[in-house]
Design a protein around this ligand. Structure first.
Ligand SMILES: Cc1cc2nc3c(=O)[nH]c(=O)nc-3n(C[C@H](O)[C@H](O)[C@H](O)COP(=O)(O)O)c2cc1C
Length: 189
């Protein structure tokens, strides 16, 4: 079951934008992160939730929901995320956040996948612009943005080829392909 959930939990970048996500759903997902591991149990992460179209529109321009293919500028209106969870680090609790936010992000996404949703972790963020747009106080560091929605694309995992290229790509039918390294190539001892 865990393997099925992990396999289903892909990074999605195109969504049925018209399918709304309730604030209660976002709250349930953050509650999963709240219950997860945290270095020294300091729990320095805070969250901003967004599921209304006006607030979503303030966030989207400041995230790069794309990397390859280079000519794709991200999802058009109608295929954008229905909700976002911003993961913030409270610098009044800790100056650095280790991998707490990675654990939180994966936990939220696994929870979203279980609910039939999907999303993407976004680290490529125009942080100061986003801070201004949402009026986020300076003692919160913007660590990651999680985009969420009902996925509108098919994602296929495949094995990295002999040239070692790990770049994901999209075929002529719009299917998104993600190469993963072989198990033998990552266990080194
Ligand atoms: C820390 C982190 C930051 C990421 N930042 C971005 C990003 O800024 N934009 C984006 O489109 N995808 C981003 N991704 C998603 C990766 O591109 C994705 O995980 C990778 O292509 C593998 O696909 P998969 O998640 O379906 O296995 C990020 C993932 C991680 C873990």
């Amino acid at each position: 079951m865990m393997r099925d959930l992990v396999l289903k939990n892909r990074s999605y970048r195109r969504f049925h934008q018209e399918v709304a996500i309730e604030l209660e759903t976002l709250t349930e997902l953050v509650d999963l992160a709240r219950l997860s591991a945290s270095a020294r149990n300091l729990q320095p992460l805070k969250y901003v939730l967004s599921c209304d179209p006006q607030k979503n529109a303030l966030i989207f321009p400041h995230i790069a929901l794309t990397a390859y293919p280079k000519d794709w500028r991200g999802p058009p209106e109608g295929e954008r995320p229905s909700a976002y969870i911003l993961i913030l680090g409270d610098t009044e609790i800790r100056r650095s956040f280790g991998c707490d936010h990675g654990i939180a992000a994966q936990t939220v996404l696994l929870g979203a996948t279980e609910k039939g949703l999907g999303g993407c972790i976004i680290g490529s963020i125009q942080r100061e612009e986003l801070r201004k747009a949402l009026d986020i106080p300076p003692h919160y560091e913007i660590l990651l943005v999680l985009a969420l929605g009902k996925p509108k694309e098919r994602v296929i995992l495949e094995t990295v080829g002999p040239n070692g290229d790990t770049r994901y790509w999209r075929d002529s039918e719009g299917i998104h392909h993600v190469p993963k390294r072989r198990l033998d190539d990552i266990i080194v001892g």
